[in-house]
Design a protein around this ligand. Structure first.
Ligand code: ZN
Ligand code: ZN
Length: 150
């Protein structure tokens, strides 16, 4: 599988992870720890350096370069490289990588991305914080405030 073809396919299969879930540095580290512990491979060091949507796994040194605010898809893609290199001595953009990425995505979905259930206090539409943490509707624009992980 060509690299570009791989990128197109993963973004189509895991649209939510690549486009809808942006992580803070803290969340990125937390998810990395969970994945490495569960799938039993060496936890890479994370470097947040890019302003654009890209990642790079330095396989020998066990370092992952990420965007300053990475999406979940990029993180899991680079972790899949580290995993395949360690477990299968394989680092290509091929079916084995897609299989590993698929496992990681399913694990995150099953764990609901480690989102604790609770009321959303920041309006998804106007982004104002609700002064009442239990409010069902945004007092600024009237949008519905659901629950995290819904
Ligand atoms: Zn790659
Ligand atoms: Zn609002």
């Amino acid at each position: 599988m060509k690299m570009l073809k791989f990128y197109v396919k993963e973004r189509k299969l895991f649209h939510k992870e690549f486009y809808d879930i942006t992580l803070t540095k803290h969340e990125t580290l937390k998810i990395t720890k969970k994945i490495c512990r569960h799938f039993k491979f060496r936890q890479p060091a994370l470097v947040f350096k890019y302003n654009t949507d890209r990642g790079l796994a330095k396989l020998n040194s066990g370092v992952i370069n990420l965007p300053k605010s990475p999406n979940l898809g990029i993180l899991l893609h680079e972790l899949a490289h580290i995993y395949n290199y360690e477990k299968l001595e394989n680092f290509h953009h091929n079916k084995k990588l897609m299989k590993t990425l698929n496992k990681f995505v399913n694990y995150c979905r099953k764990k609901n991305y480690w989102v604790k259930p609770g009321k959303i206090t920041q309006c998804p539409k106007c982004e104002q914080i609700s002064p009442n943490p239990n409010a069902n509707y945004c007092i600024f624009c009237g949008s519905k405030l659901g629950f995290k992980g819904e």
